[in-house]
Design a protein around this ligand. Structure first.
Ligand code: SAH
Length: 431
């Protein structure tokens, strides 16, 4: 397959039409990174009217079949490959956004799917074909809520969330975070060239631009006119967009500092401090955008005035817990399952400094057996929230070599989320 065909295929797999894929390649050239092409197109086309959507899937037999309805009591099929790609909404604003006069989305979940336990599952929005349809089928056919965090803060992060939380009467975290680069970091105005038209940053990644690259950009600019020729501008802008580079001097760009990423993602300053720099970028690249998740979780505050018991799967650096804390929701107990030593250290450090509840740490979702779940359920009187985003290593677009979908070694950990959630539900049903 030629490089062009390969890129067209990847874009089509993400839900774009072949015409759109061709158009992006004509516009940006075949050599650019796949994500440049995706950015140039925005989110994949929506095939239904997002303004009059009614997402009570369970009332719509047609839709249920389309996403692979299942007979009562059957295990959903593992194979999502025959599903149509789930359409990603454009704009990617979820069911509603703070302060927007939004499409009035209503959803009615069947009694057996409503909480407690409430659950909240997250993963990358732009996953290979069939992945979200499969995840949705496992999670009781609930329609994902796709949100690009750029609608809530200054940086993009396109994620899908499947949850059974009410979607009315949400409230945003205060203070509302800055929505543009200059609101977040006014000092960068000084060196920002007029031809860099970015107002927001792209998704913060787990790896950052090398010093070699930023030097190369500096040299290209130093040997150019002012303003530089369009071809130089195009090269520089491509790299700046891809690496979220900012202007720190004349002709001088640099990646964001970890504390700037912490700020954009809604974490306290120095949350990840103490880790090596590579680890910090990695953990921050994988974490929740706190304002986004907090907006969805905000409905728990009135429901649980005395606090919540949380089962936190794939805790990472604790984006979910930071969101609950910033909402003023007390965590009576958190059972946290996280395998990364560095992440555990960060999370435990934050917990000890800010929380008074009980923290139980488990290393691996695979070792959280049904028996252990039963004993936690009886010890804490059940869980109010089961939260987690399983690894996206085999789903995310930047993984070109090993993008084997939900059955990939890391991404298949989703099935543990499903298994554990079901075990909690059955243990709680027997209480
Ligand atoms: N939501 C988290 C990040 C999730 S990224 C946050 O807010 O920071 C996925 C996480 O799953 C990573 O931190 C990774 O270390 C962890 N992980 C990977 N395999 C795991 C396993 N087998 N058991 C538990 N955690 C695992």
């Amino acid at each position: 397959m030629s490089e062009k065909d390969e890129k067209i295929k990847s874009l089509v797999d993400m839900g774009f039409s072949e015409d759109e894929a061709n158009m992006a390649i004509t516009r940006c050239g075949v050599d650019v990174d796949l994500w440049e092409l995706v950015d140039s197109l925005g989110a994949p086309r929506i095939t239904e009217d997002s303004h009059s959507r009614n997402i009570s899937d369970h009332q719509s037999k047609k839709k249920r079949n389309r996403y692979g309805g299942r007979a009562q009591g059957n295990q959903p099929s593992l194979d999502g490959s025959h599903d149509e790609p789930m359409p990603l909404p454009n704009p990617m604003v979820g069911f509603n956004l703070p302060g927007y006069l939004q499409p009035s989305v209503t959803r009615i979940l069947p009694k057996q799917d409503t909480g407690p336990p409430f659950f909240y599952y997250e993963n990358v929005a732009q996953a290979p074909k069939g992945v979200w349809a499969t995840i949705s089928r496992f999670l009781y056919d609930i329609q994902p809520e796709f949100v690009d965090s750029k609608h809530l803060c200054a940086t993009a992060r396109k994620r899908g969330y499947i949850h059974n939380l009410p979607i009315e009467n949400r409230s945003p975290l205060l203070p509302v975070p800055p929505k543009t680069i200059f609101e977040a970091f006014p000092h960068y105005k000084k060196w920002w060239p007029s031809w860099d038209l970015r107002t927001q940053l792209n998704c913060l990644r787990t790896n950052i631009a090398s010093a070699k690259l930023t030097e190369r950009i500096g040299r290209a600019l130093a040997s150019s006119d002012s303003p530089p020729a369009r071809s130089v501008q195009k090269y520089v802008m491509n790299e700046c967009r891809k690496g979220n580079l900012v202007w720190i001097g004349k002709n001088k760009v640099a990646p964001l500092e970890p504390e700037e990423m912490e700020y954009l993602l809604g974490f306290p300053k120095d949350h990840t401090r103490g880790l090596g720099i590579t680890e910090r970028y990695k953990s921050l690249g994988n974490t929740f955008q706190v304002d986004t998740v907090a907006y969805h979780l905000s409905v728990l505050k009135v429901m649980f005035p005395n606090g919540v018991n949380v089962l936190s799967l794939f805790t990472g650096i604790g984006g979910g817990e930071v969101a609950l804390h910033r909402l003023g929701i007390h965590m009576k107990a958190v059972v946290s399952v996280e395998i990364g030593k560095a992440n555990k250290r960060i999370f435990r450090g934050w917990w000890d400094q800010t929380q008074t509840g009980t923290l139980i740490e488990i290393d691996d979702v695979k070792s959280l057996t049904d028996d252990r779940i039963v004993s936690f359920v009886s010890r804490f009187g059940g869980f109010d929230l089961v939260i987690g985003g399983s690894p996206c290593n085999n789903l995310a677009g930047c993984n070109r070599y090993n993008r084997d979908g939900l059955e990939g070694e890391q991404s298949a950990l989703f099935y543990h989320y499903f298994r554990i959630l079901n075990a909690v539900k059955s243990a709680m049903a027997r209480m």
